[in-house]
Design a protein around this ligand. Structure first.
Ligand code: IVH
Length: 712
């Protein structure tokens, strides 16, 4: 449809129109309108047909708004075929077209609290109501799937259709019939309705989507990009049996049209949107649940609060949601607000911060880690993702780059979901112009100067290339950063940037220097008052008494993580005992393998490491096992071993936490709910529903607190 040449030029022009002081904006309006229409059509094609957008929804909206503004100010430029004059089109020729009973419109978008407040004010002006009078809104999730329209006649599901172009949809009744959350019969006649049309969204649960992809990987099939595409693609499959396999679900969010037996409009019997959703819920449809998923809000501030709280729990919600939909609740007011050709004026989407965006891969830099692993990092043109500006994205290792065929200069799709670190999903290889350069992974350590190259090595079974004989000190610095970090010695007040500063000043060269800092010099540094120096001293002193498993983990021994550090420490009286250990001594411990054992042996065979540890000990760092820290031996015998246990009601002789610790020490596992998995329920005073449920189950051993203690 578009040649690569055309696509590249359209991408260029898009950029121009998205920059604030675009030179294009000095062009004749006629030319701008022509450009914008072309751009919008192109980006709609990338989004709807190829499922591979090149710009974010936000950027698309900016183009759309520019065109809308020009057309609104200069109506003579308006054409019936302008993209502003219709809703987006997903019609293909595979399914018969059917006319919707009322047009299926799109939604206007907002992106922040300000946008919502503006809209609220606009509505008040439109209805001529004073500013202090509040409007009631219904707020619900904006499900990210494929829209459908369902027609029921005489209580029977008679038609299912996709949105199509908003006026005509694609008929897919047989596919709708296999979606189990769509009732085939619903008692609309009980409320006097004969023909209704409902609107909803077909979605796939995130966990179900993962399963589908896992199965596809096993079957050697290509993977689906996301749950939305899987749902929209599912709706258009030819074979309903295949549709059924995708386990799609349908949320219903609007009663769009209703007639009684005589063909008279009956939608007005519902005073509010909320009421109509309650009815649909009672008739057996899947609608967003009142109170948690949807909410009735008295004013726009409550709307904003609800939208923002939803954005925070978005990741934990089982379905993909890309925003919220805010709807004027009162139907009379809705009608008074009316519609544009594109959207109702009484509804507004509040879009969550985008998780995905395209950017340009500018260059690759390389970081050296604490054990010498080289991590390639892509520098990309800064993009906003989930509210954060992203300009660096880890590429993990060479295989990652090769498997994704990434090149410098590529347009790349970057994703950052919630608190997850950003990553590159893919390169848009169809908009390459040939100027992209391959990424050449370095052969020598990228930090050392070229006169003195250190070759990188990649050990069998490892993904990372490593610099195994660091001469530049970078690895020592990384080791100190890790040593003081939260998961190692946990030294508060000695964060990464301070370590780097001390390192540059020569105050810190290796781990043992942490315990012999020159505080007199530190006092003279900018930003270090007496108080902060005191605090730093205190937290370093505190760290000296850490249990030895923390110390062992903090040494940055390759492959030695927290868990194995604990396992080894449990067997030690003194850290330096490890210097005497043989391979067998390690591998006879459950969960300790030969790979990590060899690395620990190697570490303790080096005189400089032994000297450093001895020095740390002389500076007060604890290297000796204290009995309190020796992990308790596993209980293998007794009435609680391997049993699940739950405490309920108020306990008299100990806190619930203490009780749980005792149970765990005796080999039991604490769980939180009464189910057939529960073995023992210990009941304190005023035990309630948990006790009743356990009694009904009949499989749970119920005992008093006294009995529990006696058994212990
Ligand atoms: S109301 C006339 N409510 O969002 C009002 N739409 O651009 C039209 N969507 O594809 C829509 N969740 O299918 C509405 N709770 C919700 C929705 C919702 C998802 C979809 C809709 C359409 C898009 C609107």
């Amino acid at each position: 449809m578009y040649s690569s040449e055309e696509q590249r030029s359209l991408v260029q022009t898009t950029k121009m129109y998205l920059t604030k002081d675009s030179p294009q904006k000095n062009q004749a309006l006629e030319d701008q309108v022509i450009d914008l229409r072309k751009l919008i059509e192109f980006h709609e094609y990338r989004y709807y047909i190829l499922n591979s957008p090149l710009i974010s929804d936000y950027e698309y909206d900016q183009l759309f708004k520019q065109l809308e503004h020009i057309e609104a100010d200069h109506p003579h430029l308006l054409r019936p075929d302008s993209p502003t004059q219709r809703v987006s089109d997903d019609l293909t020729s595979d399914f018969p077209s059917v006319a919707h009973l009322t047009p299926m419109l799109s939604l206007a978008n907002s992106y922040n609290a300000e946008d919502l407040k503006d809209w609220d004010e606009q509505l008040k002006r439109l209805w001529n109501i004073p500013e202090h009078v509040d409007i009631e809104y219904a707020v619900e999730p904006k499900f990210d799937g494929g829209s459908i329209a369902l027609v029921f006649e005489d209580d029977m599901l008679t038609r299912g259709a996709t949105r199509g172009n908003g006026t005509l949809g694609e008929e897919m009744t047989n596919n709708a019939r296999v979606i189990r959350s769509i009732p085939l019969r619903a008692a609309f006649s009980d409320v006097g309705l004969f023909r209704v049309e409902l609107r909803g969204e077909v979605v796939i649960r995130k966990d179900n989507f993962e399963k589908i992809n896992q199965q596809r990987a096993k079957d050697g099939l290509s993977l689906f990009a996301n749950a939305r595409n899987t749902a929209t693609g599912g709706l258009r499959m030819k074979d309903p049996k295949e549709v059924a396999k995708r386990g799609m679900e349908a949320f219903v969010y609007t009663l769009g049209f209703a007639q009684d037996k005589d063909g008279t409009e009956a939608i007005n019997q519902f005073k509010t949107h909320y009421e109509s959703l309650d009815l649909l819920h009672n008739l057996g449809f899947k609608v967003p649940l009142d109170g948690t998923e949807r909410k009735l809000c008295n004013n726009i501030s409550t709307v904003i609060e609800f939208c923002e709280s939803w954005e925070k729990r978005r990741e934990a919600y089982p379905y993909e949601v890309d925003g919220m939909v805010v709807k004027v609740n009162d139907r009379v007011l809705q009608e008074r607000a009316g519609y544009t050709a594109h959207h109702p004026r009484w509804a507004m989407a509040y879009k969550f911060k985008a998780k995905q965006a395209t950017s340009k891969l500018l260059q690759v830099t390389y970081q050296v880690g604490k054990v010498g692993s080289i991590t390639p990092v892509a520098k990309v043109e800064p993009v906003q993702l989930a509210g954060v500006t992203v300009s660096s994205v880890s590429l993990h290792n060479e295989d990652f780059i090769t498997s994704k065929d990434l090149r410098i200069g590529d347009t790349v799709l970057v994703e950052r979901a919630g608190d997850v670190i950003p990553y590159i999903v893919k390169a848009m290889d169809d908009v390459r112009d040939g100027s992209e350069e391959p990424i050449v992974f370095p052969v020598n350590c990228p930090i050392n100067d070229t006169d003195n190259p250190v070759e990188l090595v990649r050990e069998g079974g490892e993904a990372a290339w490593r610099c195994s004989s660091c001469v530049c000190g970078v690895q020592d610095l990384q080791k100190v950063i890790f040593h003081v970090s939260k998961s190692a010695m946990d030294i508060e007040g000695l964060g990464k940037s301070i370590v780097e500063r001390f390192y540059d000043l020569g105050l810190l060269r290796n781990i043992s220097d942490v315990y012999q800092l020159d505080y007199d010099q530190i006092r003279t540094l900018e930003g270090f008052g007496e108080k902060s120096v005191e605090n730093l001293k205190l937290s370093i002193d505190k760290a000296k008494h850490n249990p030895i498993h923390r110390l062992l983990h903090s040494l940055s021994i390759h492959h030695l993580g927290k868990k194995v550090s604990k396992l080894l420490s449990a067997e030690l009286d003194h850290v330096l005992d490890l210097a005497e250990w043989s391979l067998d001594d390690f591998t006879c411990i459950k969960d300790v393998g030969p790979v990590v054992a060899e690395k620990v042996i190697l570490y303790f065979s080096k005189p400089e490491h032994i000297a450093m540890l001895k020095k740390m000990e002389s500076l007060g760092v604890n290297l000796t096992q204290t009995e309190d820290d020796r992990p308790k031996a596993q209980v293998t015998d007794g009435p609680f071993v391997g049993k699940t246990i739950l405490f309920t009601g108020s306990l008299q002789t100990m806190s619930r936490k203490e009780a749980q610790a005792k149970a765990e020490a005796a080999g039991a596992k604490n769980i939180s709910a009464v189910s057939s998995n529960l073995n023992i329920l210990v009941v304190g005073e005023k035990a309630g529903s948990k006790l009743r449920k356990a009694e009904t189950l009949g499989t749970v051993h119920i005992m008093t607190e006294e009995a529990f203690l006696a058994l212990l």
